[in-house]
Design a binder for this molecule. Structure first.
Ligand code: BEZ
Length: 210
């Protein structure tokens, strides 16, 4: 296993999931993707995370993002647990969960951190672009549930900054001012951003989100 880094190709794999066998790259198609691992089935924090993710389906769809979860438990375990998630989290799980009982995908994506736990996966999140490149990696420990609103916020930033010569400042939210890339001259900025920009410092120029 080589360490994955931002900009690397997301490794492809074929795996069994609750939606049948999936070839990851084919399944992604032209969409953005979120691949996230959780430590184990029938655990409390994971139950809340998967429930919340299912309830946010329209938010992911709106952004052309396909979501897929993974844990190192088998298919029957996943199926039983999904019933519990649906019962307790006021939702219906609407994305595949990979049954990675061989740990093939978990090892491919460096989701097992032996000094945290030698068997279970940590809470990894990979955001993958339509070019199949890794755009974002986040790792949380088992004891801390993730903030999926933050994952949506980052996807908004990634999608904006992939297509515009902009970056997003601290705590940025959709609709707020953006930062013009330092590599863009003021002349170019005037052309690119017709709403204008504020030059706070030569290296800190803010423009309304296009
Ligand atoms: C959980 O998902 O609740 C959990 C899993 C492993 C360790 C601690 C919490």
């Amino acid at each position: 296993m080589t360490t994955l880094r931002l900009g690397d190709q997301a490794p492809n794999f074929t795996a069994m999931s609750t939606a049948g066998e999936i070839n990851f790259h084919q399944w992604l198609g032209d969409s953005w993707g979120v691949l996230f691992s959780h430590p184990a089935d029938y655990t409390p924090v994971c139950t809340t995370e998967l429930g919340a993710t299912a309830r946010m389906k329209d938010q992911f769809e709106k952004r052309n993002v396909k979501v897929i979860a993974l844990s190192v438990d088998g298919l029957e375990s996943h199926r039983g647990w999904i019933n519990d998630i649906n019962e307790t989290q006021n939702t219906s799980v609407n994305f595949p969960i990979i049954a990675d009982d061989t740990r093939y995908v978990a090892l491919l994506y460096d989701m097992i951190h032996p000094r945290a736990d030698d068997k279970m996966t940590v809470r990894s999140v990979y955001v993958i672009g339509p070019d199949k490149k890794i755009k974002l990696m986040i790792t949380y420990p088992a004891s801390t549930g993730r903030n999926f609103n933050e994952i949506l916020r980052v996807i908004d930033s990634l999608q904006l900054t992939t297509y515009q010569k902009l970056a997003t400042p601290v705590n940025w939210q959709q609709g707020e001012d953006c930062v013009i890339l330092p590599s863009i001259s003021n002349e170019e900025a005037t052309e690119l951003f017709p709403k204008g920009f504020e030059e706070v410092k030569p290296y800190l120029r803010l423009t309304p989100q296009p």
